[in-house]
Design a protein around this ligand. Structure first.
Ligand code: 2P0
Length: 322
């Protein structure tokens, strides 16, 4: 019996992943860039040839066999292949410190933790680059949670995914930014990212978004390198708008923002020294310098947020027990 307990972080995309060139391997249409957060998932993995099936508990709830297959099937297949042991089965217990599936990338943290824990428990000795490829197969955005600070996920061009992985561009200490997250809804997202990313293929404006991402990603990296607040905030907001535009342009009709989200967009743009960004949900993430976190928290509460979470930029996964 092999066991490991690890903690892995969520991340917030500043340049968004939305659309796949390969659905099996989660190969994206474009490069993306994120900040690693200090919102974590703690996961215990036990592996043995004695277990008769993979079992997964998320926040004490046991997933059905269908859900296990959907959530962990692909990753466990890859782990068994790397470990050279087709008989291995896993019991996975995962606890998150923030609401599930409300656009807070809890699936990314969970998947990053699962892969990191398997690597540790089985002593596979994979480096972060290889771990990020395995995490990507489980859930695209999870590959960015394998690194800390500012992380680039290179889309790659090969069909087998061997060049689609992440790297750390700048460490957490590079810039004293925070993500001030307003919880405006705890409800499960209505359209999964997987489904939304299929639908985006129907958006007539998708090509112009991809051109925008390719043209502005180097500027985003430069603005981070120079800690250039005004250029950085503008680019972060425009990248959020760009993703939500192609989402609105998808068919059947798809959207994730609500009226509070739209109000926050106005308020934060007017505030000036911060940027809003939204994932596949209505909760605003406001990126700003740590000295302005309290002011932003008040603005979000005034706009209707029921709870506010402030996250610093954090490190990648940590091993707690092997
Ligand atoms: C991102 N999102 O870049 C984008 C922005 C949400 C909005 O990646 O199908 O759970 O497992 O690869 O990674 C959420 O989608 O999708 C996501 P799959 P994933 O963070």
């Amino acid at each position: 019996m092999k066991r490991a307990v690890v903690e892995a972080p969520a991340n917030i995309a500043l340049v968004k992943y939305w659309g796949k060139r390969n659905e099996e391997l989660n190969l994206p249409l474009n490069d993306s860039l994120s900040m690693t957060l200090d919102l974590t998932v703690k996961t215990e993995v036990t592996l043995s040839r004695e277990f008769d099936r993979d079992e997964v508990y998320v926040n004490q709830r046991r997933l059905s066999d269908e859900e296990v297959k959907e959530y962990a099937g692909r990753v466990m297949r890859s782990i068994r292949k790397v470990a050279g042991d087709q008989g291995l089965r896993a019991v996975v217990r995962s606890v998150s410190t923030f609401p599930e599936s409300a656009g807070l990338a809890s699936s990314a943290a969970g998947m990053a933790a699962l892969v990191w824990a398997c690597n540790e428990a089985l002593g596979l000795g994979l480096d972060r680059k290889e771990i990020s490829k395995l995490a990507r197969e489980g859930s695209g955005s999870a590959c960015r949670s394998i690194f800390g600070g500012f992380v680039l996920w290179k889309k790659g061009t090969r069909n087998d995914g061997s060049d689609s992985y992440c790297e750390e561009l700048f460490p957490p200490s590079h810039w004293d930014l925070v993500d001030v997250i307003g919880l405006v809804s705890d409800s499960k997202k209505k359209i999964s990212s997987r489904e939304g990313m299929k639908r985006v293929r129907t958006a007539p404006t998708l090509d112009s978004r991809l051109e925008f991402v390719n043209r502005t990603l180097p500027k985003m990296i430069e603005s981070i390198a120079n800690r250039d607040e005004s250029s950085f905030y503008e680019l972060v907001m425009r990248h959020s708008n760009s993703m939500h535009s192609v989402i609105m342009d998808s068919w059947p009709p798809t959207w994730y923002l609500n009226d509070i989200s739209i109000k926050v967009m106005e308020i934060i743009y007017a505030y000036g020294k911060a940027a809003y960004t939204f994932d596949a949900g209505p909760n605003p993430h406001v990126i700003t310098s740590s000295s302005r976190a309290d002011e932003i928290e008040n603005l979000l509460r005034d706009a209707g947020a029921r709870r506010v979470i402030v996250s610093k930029i954090s490190q990648g996964p940590r091993t707690l027990e092997v």
